[in-house]
Ligand binder design. Sequence first.
Ligand code: GSH
Length: 322
Amino acid sequence: MVERLSRGPARVSELAKPLPMSLPAALQHLGVLEDAGLVRSEKVGRVRICRVEPGALGLAEQWINARRAEWGRRLDRLGDYLATLPDEEATMPDDRPVLTLHMHPLASYCWKVLLALYEAETPFQTVQIDGVPKDDKAYAERWPIAKMPLLQDGGLFLPETSIIIDYLQARHPGSAILIPADPDAAREVRLWDRFFDLYVHTPMQKLVSDRMRAAEAKDAVGVAEARATLDTAYAMLERRMAGRTWAAGEAFSMADCAAMPPLFYVEAMHPYRGAYPALAAYFERLAGRPSAQRVVREAQPWFRYFPFVEALEPRFLAAGAA
Ligand SMILES: N[C@@H](CCC(=O)N[C@@H](CS)C(=O)NCC(=O)O)C(=O)O
């Protein structure tokens, strides 16, 4: 209507004709424009002639221009502010963990890597392997030796716990240094990591696997050898741990990650805590760490499947393990 009237005065019927509305509705619109002072109408004979009120349009124009200028300034300020923000794409942390640990919460070698990840506060996700890993087709194809865990970093699948921790330290270092940079200190950590894997963890696994064998398949000689290795290891560790806090160097390291899981489980099948107080005290230090408490807590629903569950200390069992 205003557009039409800006070209000159018009009758109400003329104004209403091109509009997609009834005459009464057009009259209502006109009333609003008149109330706002934008349009003036006068009766000339039997017709009502409408004309635009140029002064009022000027006022409206001023108001619109003032709002436009204000919004322009606001958008400029918003633009300036956004320009001060760092590039979102480059800096937004992607909260999806890049690392995946293929594991089982009961498996002692999986604990070793979990301890390293928890100690370093490294984000990761897990894929639980149920049953034996060699029966998991995809797992066995990636690592036909089929031992857990496997660390996945993109397309890379890494086996062997010490290699995994080495890799984490180099490629995803977190808040803990588990292998020192100094070569001599690192060698000591690696030596005691090997010690716990080969001379405590391996014989412990022998006792577990023999327990699960049928009577006619039991390996008495192998079990005796495993127990003898454990006795030698306990005696060495008792001497070593008297007067030191951690297995290698001054700080908690990969060697301690290797120590905690077998020292936890082996007590149930070849106890040491009564006869080797320094080793027992070392285990208490290990077990007291939040990382260790977490792996134990996460394993509790599965302890019932541990062949020596009846010999696990009650303090480590929870409702879920009954
Ligand atoms: N040397 C390996 C040992 C791993 C290992 O023995 N894993 C056990 C679980 S604690 C396993 O996968 N056992 C399943 C099987 O033998 O079928 C490492 O350090 O990763």
